[in-house]
Design a protein around this ligand. Structure first.
Ligand code: COA
Length: 236
């Protein structure tokens, strides 16, 4: 996959601000490294190859370890836990796409989709499990690549405020920059989602403007955050 910047002049790039065109699939991202490092030129990338994650991440033996967590591929047996934890409105309300109510069938479908996408390298979705526990799912973290590289995560409410999301996000961004050649990772949070913004800022994401909010927040504005490869490498 070629991640080299596409040869668009700055003017051409700015004239195509809405990022991915339907026809040529060139992706331009104003929040990429040029902007974060003080430049004003959005970078554009060839987006024709959807298989961003390499073989290494496409097998379900792939896992990430943090001090207290394993991050692993979701399994059919996770459905009950995922449905119960993500079925809590307190968890779902700040996410764009978790349905509410969230049924066992929703969780089973999500797990199937996640495993298919993982094996194709289109995204990387991992469940969070506690190393000290029975390894059951306590949350999800993933990078979607259908429109840029976007980080998303949620944690079951009983596990909040222990720094676990920060650990999971740290491991995921390290893996993302190590196994892909992508130039930047973005994330979005609703303005009232202080916890998610705190997680992103602490790990090094910088504010990158606002965008129309997707999914259940349609009609509102989401705050965008970005972390470019150079900033990640400097902080590592
Ligand atoms: C966002 C979420 C994953 C954070 O998980 P967490 O493990 O509780 O977060 P952490 O313990 O790592 O806390 C990280 C920071 O957020 C702060 N924080 C946690 N909960 C908070 C809250 N309710 N309000 C304000 N700040 C909060 C912590 O104090 C900490 O700040 P610090 O780094 O300055 O010390 C969790 O609240 C969640 O799943 N929320 C629902 C789903 C969601 O919002 N997903 C993200 C969508 S963008």
């Amino acid at each position: 996959m070629d991640w080299s910047p596409e040869a668009l002049s700055p003017r051409e790039a700015f004239q195509r601000p809405s990022f991915r065109t339907k026809t040529d699939k060139i992706f331009c991202q104003e929040t990429s490294s040029a902007k974060l490092s003080g430049g004003r030129v959005p970078l554009c990338f060839d987006w024709r190859a959807p298989d961003m994650f390499p073989d290494l991440a496409r097998d379900d033996v792939f896992r990430l370890e943090t001090r207290r967590l394993w991050l692993r591929w979701p399994q059919a047996s996770d459905a009950r836990n995922l449905a119960a934890l993500a079925g809590d409105w307190e968890v779902a309300r700040f996410t764009a796409h978790i349905p509410h109510p969230y049924t066992l069938e929703d969780a089973e479908r999500f797990i199937r989709d996640s495993r298919i996408g993982n094996s194709l390298g289109r995204h990387l979705r991992l469940v969070m499990t506690l190393k000290s526990g029975d390894r059951s799912a306590i949350g999800m973290i993933g990078v979607q690549t259908d429109d840029g590289s976007n980080l998303g995560y949620w944690l079951g409410k009983p596990y909040w405020r222990q720094g676990l999301a920060g650990e999971a996000v740290g491991a995921m961004i390290d893996a993302f920059f190590l196994v892909t050649k992508a130039p930047a990772l973005t994330a979005a949070a609703m303005p009232e989602n202080a916890a998610s913004q705190a997680v992103l800022r602490r790990i090094g994401f910088r504010p990158a403007g606002e965008a129309p909010a997707p999914g259940r927040h349609h009609g509102g504005k989401a705050l965008l955050f970005a972390l470019d490869r150079e900033s990640w490498a400097r902080a590592a």
